[in-house]
Design a protein around this ligand. Structure first.
Ligand code: ACO
Length: 193
């Protein structure tokens, strides 16, 4: 996704992590007020693109939602020389902890607070090029979580296929909410919420 400002001046790393402050760890090369304005525009636009791709009635990611929630958003930019100009945003992944009642294989309700995948989007022209895997793998390392310990909010068919292909996550434990968990969710959760 292209913007009318220079992506490389606000996101200095290939993958930038944002929280509710919307401030990247590496300080942008434009003034703080300009950076905030530009980052808000990026978040609103990628949120809309993701909602459109998932056919959601409204975006679930926006700058204001990021500011009012304790979510982490990882944003991937294109670092290849062909976009050496103003740069491109390739996609994003949003995660957050949520208190959930989850059903185990025996049908017992268990209270847990897993890291949840809340929104995930790679631009249409760049899907199936490994960018989703790059972003997801980065998030797993930073959040120090195993893929089977995640809960996924309403995964799309593409995302289910992605999880099966890259992480062997296939056997779903049926739930009564919109979240999906996989075999292995309850195993080795020591120290996990
Ligand atoms: N059809 C079916 N499977 C797909 C597709 C597709 N069009 N695109 C990606 N996948 C799956 C497949 O398993 C694929 O492997 P394959 O090509 O061998 O079949 C694998 O993902 C490819 O892996 P990556 O290239 O690393 O994934 P990608 O960069 O495409 O990112 C993502 C995956 C984020 C799901 C992307 O396809 C996308 O943005 N889709 C549209 C939006 C979406 O569905 N987001 C998830 C919503 S659910 C949620 O966020 C909780």
């Amino acid at each position: 996704m292209e913007f009318e400002f220079d992506i490389h001046k606000i996101f200095l790393e290939p993958i930038t992590k944002l929280d509710s402050t919307l401030l990247p760890q590496r300080r942008p090369l434009v003034s703080s007020s300009e950076a905030e304005k530009q980052i808000m525009k990026v978040l609103d636009d990628i949120g809309k693109a993701s909602a459109k791709a998932q056919r959601l009635p409204a975006p679930i990611t926006s700058a204001s939602r990021m500011q009012t929630n304790q979510h982490h958003l990882y944003i991937l930019k294109d670092c290849t020389p062909k976009t050496a100009g103003r740069g491109l945003v390739i996609g994003f992944l949003k995660v957050g902890y949520k208190k959930l009642f989850v059903l185990d294989r025996k049908g017992s309700h268990i209270e847990a607070e897993p890291l949840c995948i809340l929104d995930f989007y790679i631009h249409e022209s760049l899907q199936r090029h490994g960018f989703g895997k790059e972003l997801f793998g980065f998030m797993l390392r930073i959040e120090q979580v195993e893929p089977q310990h995640l809960a996924i909010d309403r995964p799309s068919e593409k995302f289910l296929s992605f999880l099966w292909k890259h992480y062997n996550l296939r056997a779903v434990i049926p739930q009564v909410n919109n979240f999906v968990i996989f075999e292995g969710f309850f195993r080795d959760r020591k120290g996990k919420r």
